[in-house]
Design a protein around this ligand. Structure first.
Ligand code: NCD
Length: 361
C-alpha cells in the first residue's frame, strides 16, 4: 500500500492527470488496489481473472469446493454502498462476497444514512472504512469513486474501493463480466482476437459500453462498430482513446447491414434518466435499433447476442430461446468474475487456483 502512487499526489495534482496516468496510480507494486477504471486492466490481468473466475465456478459446484471458497475471506468485510438503482450489480457483488465467505453490509438509500443530515461524502466513506475492508460503490456522480479512493488512500484506513458504476462514465466490473462472457463464448473460435464487436443503442450515455470498448483494445485485430442514432453515438473522448490505441472502429446507423459482419452484438437500453428535459430521448426513433426475431436469420451462426440489462424493448423476448442469446449467462458470469476480482484484490487467487487443480486431479 505504501507504494500506491496516488498517496504521493495532492488531490489537485491527481485530478489533473489523464486517464491512463490515473489508472497507473492505482497499482501497488504490481498489484491493483482500487478498481476505478477499465484502463487498469491489461490482457494478462484479464486472462488471469477469467481463469480465476472459471476456477471459482468449478469449485462452487461441490460442497467441499464451496467450503474451501467460503474459507478464503471470512476475516474481511465488505460494504456495498449503492446510491443509484441496481439489481444485478448489487446482487452479484453480494453473492460474490458470500461465495468467498465475506460478510456484507449495505447502504442503498442515502436518505436513511447521515448523508441526509448533511454529512459530506468523504466523511461517509471514511466511516465505512472504519468498519469494513472493502467498499463497493455505485454513484451517479462521475469522479466520486476516484475522489474517495484518493481520500482513503491518504487516510489511516486505506481500504480498496471498487467502482460499481460511476455516472455516465465507467462501469469497469460490468466490462469484466462482458469480457469473460466473450472469452467463454469464443473459446473454441480462437478467442476474442480478430472478432467484430457491434455496440447498439445509447452509446453516448451508456457507461458499460465506454468501459468495454476500452477493455477490447487489449485484443489483437478486434474491430468495433458503434451503431446508434447520431444523437446517441459514442463520445468523442472514447473515439480519441481508441484512435490513440490504434484500434479499428467505425460509427454506423444501419443496424441490419452492420449485423451481418458482427461476431458479438452488444445491445443497450436508452439511458433516459440522464435526459436534460423529461421525454427528450423519447423523440428519437430508436425502434430501428431493436433486435427482432427476424434478425436471427441475418446473424452469423456462431455469433452471440449480449446485453448488460436491464432491457426494455431492445431485444424481443422471443430471441431468448436462440442459443446465440447469451445475456442470461452473461449476467451469471458477473457473480463469478466479481468473486474472482475480490479474491485477486485480497491475494487469495493462487490458493483458489491450486485448490481447483487439486480437486480436478
Ligand atoms: C447497467 C448500468 O447500471 O450501467 N446496468 C448494469 O449494471 N448491469 C446498464 C443500464 O443501466 O442500462
Amino acid at each position: 500500500m505504501d507504494d500506491l502512487p496516488v498517496t504521493k499526489l495532492s488531490w489537485a495534482a491527481f485530478e489533473n492527470l489523464d486517464l491512463i496516468e490515473k489508472a497507473a496510480c492505482m497499482c501497488d507494486g504490481g498489484r491493483e488496489y482500487h478498481v476505478l477504471y477499465a484502463q487498469q486492466f491489461g490482457r494478462e490481468r484479464l486472462d488471469h481473472l477469467g481463469r480465476l473466475a472459471t476456477a471459482i465456478r468449478r469449485l462452487a459446484k461441490t460442497k467441499d469446493g464451496m467450503y474451501a471458497l467460503r474459507n478464503m475471506l471470512p476475516h474481511k468485510r465488505a460494504m456495498l454502498y449503492f446510491a443509484q438503482p441496481s439489481s444485478r450489480t448489487f446482487l452479484s457483488f453480494d453473492a460474490a462476497c458470500q461465495i468467498l465467505g465475506m460478510p456484507v453490509a449495505e447502504v442503498r438509500d442515502t436518505s436513511v444514512s447521515s448523508e441526509f443530515k448533511g454529512e459530506s461524502k468523504e466523511d461517509t466513506v471514511r466511516t465505512f472504512s472504519s468498519y469494513f475492508d472493502l467498499i463497493v460503490m455505485r454513484t451517479q456522480l462521475e469522479g466520486l469513486a476516484e475522489r474517495m479512493a484518493w481520500v482513503l488512500s491518504n487516510s489511516e484506513r486505506p481500504v480498496p474501493i471498487v467502482n460499481a458504476g460511476s455516472g455516465k462514465d465507467q462501469h469497469p466490473t460490468q466490462a469484466l463480466l462482458d469480457v469473460y462472457t466473450l472469452q467463454r463464448s469464443f473459446e473454441d473460435q480462437g478467442g476474442i482476437d480478430g472478432k467484430v464487436i457491434m455496440f447498439v443503442g445509447d452509446l453516448a450515455r451508456g457507461r458499460t459500453v465506454r468501459s468495454l470498448a476500452w477493455l477490447l483494445t487489449n485484443y489483437d485485430g478486434v474491430r468495433q462498430v458503434f451503431v446508434a442514432p447520431p444523437e446517441l453515438q459514442i463520445g468523442a473522448d472514447v473515439q480519441a482513446l481508441l484512435d490513440a490505441r490504434g484500434v479499428e472502429f467505425r460509427l454506423a446507423e444501419d443496424f441490419d447491414v452492420s449485423l451481418r459482419e458482427a461476431d458479438a452484438v452488444y445491445m443497450t437500453r436508452i439511458q433516459d434518466e440522464w435526459d436534460s428535459v423529461t421525454g427528450e430521448s423519447r423523440r428519437i426513433n430508436t425502434g430501428r435499433f431493436h433486435f427482432q426475431p427476424r434478425h436471427l436469420d441475418i446473424l452469423k451462426s456462431r455469433a452471440v447476442i449480449m446485453h448488460p440489462f436491464p432491457r426494455r424493448q431492445e431485444i424481443d423476448p422471443v430471441v431468448d430461446s436462440d442459443p446465440r442469446a447469451v445475456y442470461w449467462r452473461q449476467m451469471r458470469n458477473g457473480m463469478w468474475i466479481r468473486a474472482a476480482l475480490i479474491a485477486d484484490l485480497f491475494g487469495c487467487d493462487a490458493q483458489i487456483t491450486s485448490d481447483e487443480q487439486h480437486r480436478g486431479e
